[in-house]
Write a protein that binds this ligand. Structure first.
Ligand SMILES: Nc1ncnc2c1ncn2[C@@H]1O[C@H](COP(=O)(O)OP(=O)(O)OP(=O)(O)O)[C@@H](O)[C@H]1O
Ligand SMILES: [Mg+2]
Length: 352
């Protein structure tokens, strides 16, 4: 990048509950957050209505309101769509570190077909990143991290963005965007493993970073909506009121009691199952810490709750101590909401 040249990238995180938008200006002094905005997606209750339509309309409104000058955007496909999104490290024998990109691509495709990793080989967009050269069973070759996404999913996202007047420059994977943020802000454990949770509205993503590898476990279908729905039942109130009591500092003991029961019986149990599976898969590598992201990471008391249940140190994701914010920008929405915007920040950190 030339001296003084600046580039803005929009990170757009389209969740099931809300769309989060962050603009980052990449300056020669590092990234600066210049705009932050979110908008809830009206929930579709009627089966006849199309949830994709609600997302599209919300995105149009958000982009119109934002009045952004930069149009270059990075968005993500959800790693929860595991029938259309696959990430894995594979070994390619007899390939040198300086193999041309086309040869690498062809070898990866051939390996994917041979191993039947995915059912959509002919429609897969494949992106690969060489991790290192290794010897496996006496054979020299490359360890390659591969992301395969069904073309229809990518094309759907590209079309959605173009319809809003945006210019897609990359389609990322949500969990990899979070990883980018954690790497840039040096939050991953340098020696041990780091467990990462993204607790949204409908689901919780859980993955583990080893210094050179990422292991994503199946998503947990429990997150903020289950907490709200527990409050609706226990307090006998409407959804909006339950949401408001969930967000507020919990002074009423009955609110926290209801939330704690739900956390204990549902979310904690399932996280525990995954942690246990991970520790059995890698007996010698215990996570050194657990980083929690996503809107539900902002639940007051969640960190104390996890602290009291898990023996691993808990850290709610943060980055404002490391990434600058433009004082003239429209960034007020970020205050108190770092976990909510973490994936969008990670997306906007991508430089293409
Ligand atoms: N301060 C807060 N306290 C408690 N819950 C909060 C707070 N802020 C946001 N949430 C919850 O976070 C959830 C939304 O988080 P997020 O935007 O990360 O989800 P999403 O990405 O839209 O959903 P998903 O990833 O499940 O598709 C909602 O359930 C909301 O109630
Ligand atoms: Mg999300």
């Amino acid at each position: 990048m030339g001296f003084g040249r600046r580039k803005s990238v929009l990170g757009l995180d389209i969740g099931s509950h809300a769309i989060k938008l962050v603009e980052i200006k990449h300056t020669n002094k590092g990234p600066v957050i210049t705009h932050v905005q979110s908008r809830s997606i009206p929930q579709v209750e009627d089966d006849e209505q199309d949830p994709a339509g609600a997302t599209r309309e919300t995105l149009h409104t958000l982009v119109d309101e934002a009045k952004l000058r930069g149009k270059r955007v990075v968005t993500a496909v959800s790693s929860a769509l595991d029938e259309q999104v696959t990430m894995r490290s594979i070994f390619i024998p007899d390939l040198p570190l300086d193999a041309p990109e086309e040869v690498l691509q062809m070898s990866v495709r051939a390996e994917f077909e041979a191993q039947d990793y995915i059912t959509y080989n002919d429609e897969a967009e494949i992106d690969c990143h060489i991790e290192r050269e290794i010897t496996l069973n006496g054979v020299r070759g490359l360890e390659v991290f591969v992301v395969a996404v069904h073309r229809d999913l990518i094309e759907g996202h590209v079309q959605l963005l173009r319809d809003c007047g945006l210019i897609p420059i990359a389609i990322d994977i949500d969990f990899l965007a979070l990883a980018r943020l954690l790497v840039v802000t040096q939050q991953l454990s340098p020696t041990g493993d780091t467990a990462v949770l993204d607790i949204g509205a409908n689901q919780t993503a859980i993955g583990f970073y080893q210094p050179r590898q990422l292991y994503l476990y199946p998503h947990i279908p429990i997150a903020g909506n289950q907490l709200t729905s527990q409050l609706v039942q226990r307090l006998n109130v409407e959804w909006e009121e339950a949401e408001a009591s969930k967000h507020a500092q919990v002074e009423e003991p009955e609110v926290w009691e209801a939330l704690e029961d739900c956390l204990d019986q549902e979310l904690y149990q399932q996280i525990y199952v995954h942690l246990d599976a991970y520790e059995r898969e890698f007996p010698e590598s215990r996570p050194a810490k657990m980083i929690v992201s996503g809107g539900t990471a902002q639940l007051p008391n969640l960190d104390q709750f996890f602290d009291s249940r898990f023996s691993i140190p808990i850290q709610i994701i943060h980055y404002l101590d490391q990434i600058a914010v433009d004082p003239k920008g429209d960034t007020a929405a970020l205050r108190g909401n770092e976990p909510l915007f973490a994936t969008a920040v990670g997306l906007a950190l991508k430089q293409v």
